[in-house]
Design a protein around this ligand. Structure first.
Ligand code: DX5
Ligand code: ZN
Length: 229
């Protein structure tokens, strides 16, 4: 059963010089989660931010779920640090650990909700023996490492397949899509079966504007598109 739609802005595209205010503004505009793209310049060819920034957002007063997407290898060591820094969900790529079940159990034992992140060419068989351990399947609709890329159209069929897998399992698992999500494609992505949407550049495109309500319209437009699906 497709769950209620949630919007998770990726702060990778936000104005880092005013990150606390940016997150306040986008949440006040109606976003649901804070998507936290962690990149290590090893697993992906880019470097973003670590647990200290997650902790800083919590210290700033952010209480919304922080959805940490670990694009790091090896991944195990950072799980505890992000859990202590205030992460709510922690998603990992199966290619970043030699023992996926143990890594997912580490996330559970840290008090966070595990997610499995699958790149565009990563096959779905990684789901076979871990569905009972995860609360989120993150389907990458771009190759990981950068915001502002174009949505890979073939992801729509992958979303439909994963939707059936989740529904057949009867488990409480969200289907998240990350990469190139925009006003003009979110309706099709929702129709394919996704219920949780990561968007960075589509949301933070006018981050230089100092109007605290600057994200109202894009969040509303994304929700309107979903409702029209
Ligand atoms: C890729 C990142 C991006 C980001 C979203 O590794 O994970 O997908 O979250 O970026 P946009 O919405 O700008 O494609
Ligand atoms: Zn991400």
């Amino acid at each position: 059963m497709q769950q209620s739609a949630l919007i998770a802005p990726s702060i990778l595209a936000a104005n880092f010089a005013a990150l606390g205010q940016e997150v306040d503004d986008v949440l006040r505009s109606g976003a649901d989660w804070v998507h936290f793209d962690v990149m290590d310049n090893h697993y992906v060819p880019n470097l973003s931010f670590g647990p200290l920034v997650c902790q800083a957002l919590r210290n700033h007063g952010i209480s919304a779920p922080i959805d940490v997407h670990l694009m790091v290898k090896p991944v195990d060591r950072l799980i505890g640090e992000f859990a202590q820094a205030g992460a709510t969900m922690i998603s990992v790529h199966p290619e970043t650990t030699d023992h996926l079940d143990r890594t997912l159990q580490l996330i559970i034992d840290s008090g966070c909700r595990p997610g499995l992140a699958l790149n565009p060419s990563t096959p779905l068989h990684y789901l076979d023996y871990v569905l009972d351990k995860i609360g989120l399947i993150l389907l990458m609709s771009v190759n990981p490492g950068f915001g502002g890329q174009s949505f890979i159209p073939g992801t729509l069929n992958k979303i439909k397949t994963v939707r059936h897998i989740i529904d057949d399992s009867g488990l409480d698992i969200r289907l998240q899509v990350d990469g190139g999500v925009k006003k003009d494609n979110i309706r099709a992505i929702y129709a394919a079966g996704a219920d949780t949407f990561v968007a960075g550049s589509a949301i933070f495109s006018n981050a230089s504007d100092h109007n605290p309500n600057k994200y109202d319209s894009i969040i509303q437009e994304l929700r309107t598109e979903i409702a029209l699906s």
